[in-house]
Design a protein around this ligand. Structure first.
Ligand SMILES: Cc1cc2nc3c(=O)[nH]c(=O)nc-3n(C[C@H](O)[C@H](O)[C@H](O)COP(=O)(O)OP(=O)(O)OC[C@H]3O[C@@H](n4cnc5c(N)ncnc54)[C@H](O)[C@@H]3O)c2cc1C
Length: 414
């Protein structure tokens, strides 16, 4: 069923762009208004920590929904415009230039912003975060002049940027407060592989270390650690996670919990307002407390699902989480819920890669991680989707001493 009227999308990123495109593709004949705080037409973020900094890819290649396509699909694009307040009773959104945008249905696709810990000295001009195209272009310039790079945070953004900076010849230190890399999103043996790969590339990784302060000097910024040691950096990248941009929703009285809560039809606690992408917290059988996914695939799929739901199509969005990362020459793919794994199995793949399975206490495969695993990863991902039982022949337990040992050096060098 389709209804004309105005569909307003706040946030012109991955989820917002896919929603706008889908609304038209699925026959919406009314207005589609896409309002984005950035000055750019919607683009994809994955290249920002990778090829866009090295120069292997361009800003044009990252474009997701260009001006020509928006014109062709009659999507009214309002760049550099920030929504500042929702009035759900009047179904109006107020913007930072005083303009009011009315809607029949509203999609919040506002993504997130980098967390900035409260650290003395964090306001130094040598300190950067990475979320937008403009951030990435500025980093590209800075890396060419910054041989000493310190990265606070050993998560995906931190590690991808570490690999990129190393590739560009920078001296790189990664400081991670937790006991292992990507601790929230990987099984421990995969974190260990990542650690060894980065160390083999010459990155200095300081696990279980907190930063206490930054101090600017003429010849660099002194990064002080909680054990009293210091590192001098020309550039400090803070990559300690993102916070969802849910202030608009909270102030409008929508149900929020570190993100905007939505049901399987991407609907918030207001029946005329939907949310998708990094800002949305979905209900999921494997995460009864709510699940917020920060991934390209989810932003696209949930944007599409939300658009279909806004058109009153039957939608039940309950994905198996999917994420990928590229570091050095490696493609790392993750499906499912590594945090639920009680033990990890692994095997080498025919193409020289590795496949890890995370298994829960009931013997069900809850996560799969492929490193250069190609097609084998797809099969493992199916095991996660189908709640398949482990073990499978050909896998070894990472708990066994033989499998838990270091990855051979030949695998670690590029
Ligand atoms: C550097 C980087 C690399 C990444 N690499 C990978 C990867 O390799 N693999 C992967 O799976 N995922 C990756 N991701 C994650 C993926 O890009 C995000 O999950 C995805 O972009 C989320 O899409 P979104 O539409 O929810 O939010 P975003 O893409 O962040 O878009 C939200 C937009 O809303 C705008 N906005 C916010 N508030 C307002 C407002 N009040 N009014 C108007 N506009 C507003 C923002 O300016 C922004 O443009 C990466 C992310 C980053 C930052």
């Amino acid at each position: 069923m389709n209804s004309p009227g105005t569909m307003l999308i706040v946030g012109a990123g991955q989820a917002g762009a896919w929603a706008a495109r889908t609304l038209r593709e699925h026959g919406h004949t009314g207005r589609i208004v896409l309002c984005g705080a950035e000055r750019h037409a919607p683009y994809e973020r994955p290249p920002l920590s990778k090829g866009l900094i090295t120069g292997a890819s361009s800003a044009e290649q990252a474009e997701l929904l260009g001006l020509a396509e928006m014109q062709e699909r009659a999507i009214e694009f309002l760049p550099a415009l920030e929504a500042v307040k929702i009035d759900p009773a009047r179904r109006v959104v107020r913007c930072n230039d005083g303009r009011e945008l009315g809607y029949d249905k509203l999609l919040l696709a506002t993504g997130g912003s980098p967390c900035r810990p409260s650290l003395p000295g964090l306001d130094s001009p040598r300190v950067r975060t990475l979320r937008t195209l403009d951030d990435a272009l500025a980093l590209r310039r800075a890396f060419s002049e910054a041989p000493r790079v310190t990265i606070i945070g050993g998560g995906w953004i931190g590690l991808e940027t570490a690999a990129t900076a190393r590739t560009l010849g920078c001296a790189v230190t990664v400081i991670e407060a937790g006991p292992r890399l990507c601790g929230r999103s990987l099984m421990a043996p995969v974190s260990e592989w990542l650690l060894q790969r980065h160390e083999a590339a010459g990155v200095s990784v300081r696990l279980a270390h907190g930063v206490t302060a930054l101090d600017d000097h003429a010849d660099g910024t002194e990064v002080r650690l909680d054990d009293g040691s210091t590192i001098i950096a020309d550039l400090v990248l803070v990559g300690v996670g993102m916070q969802p941009n849910d202030a608009l929703a909270r102030e409008a009285g929508l149900d929020c919990a570190r993100g905007v809560r939505v049901d399987a039809a991407c609907r918030t606690s207001d029946p005329y307002i939907y949310a998708a992408g990094d800002v949305a917290v979905l209900t999921h059988p494997r995460a009864p407390q709510g699940l917020r996914l920060e991934s390209w695939q989810n932003a696209q799929d949930q944007g599409v699902a939300a658009a279909r739901a806004m058109l009153e199509q039957a939608v039940a969005y309950s994905p198996v989480p999917l994420l990928w990362s590229e570091q050095y020459e490696h493609m790392i793919q993750i499906a499912g819920f590594p945090g639920l794994a009680q033990r990890t199995l692994w095997r080498a793949t025919a193409g020289g890669g590795r496949l890890y399975l995370g298994v829960d206490a009931a013997g069900v495969v809850v996560a799969a991680v492929g490193i250069d695993a190609g097609r084998d990863f797809r099969a493992a991902r199916k095991s996660v989707e189908q709640d398949a039982q482990a073990p499978f022949t050909g896998y070894q337990s990472c708990d066994a001493p033989a499998a838990a040992g270091p990855v051979p050096t030949s695998e670690l060098t590029a």
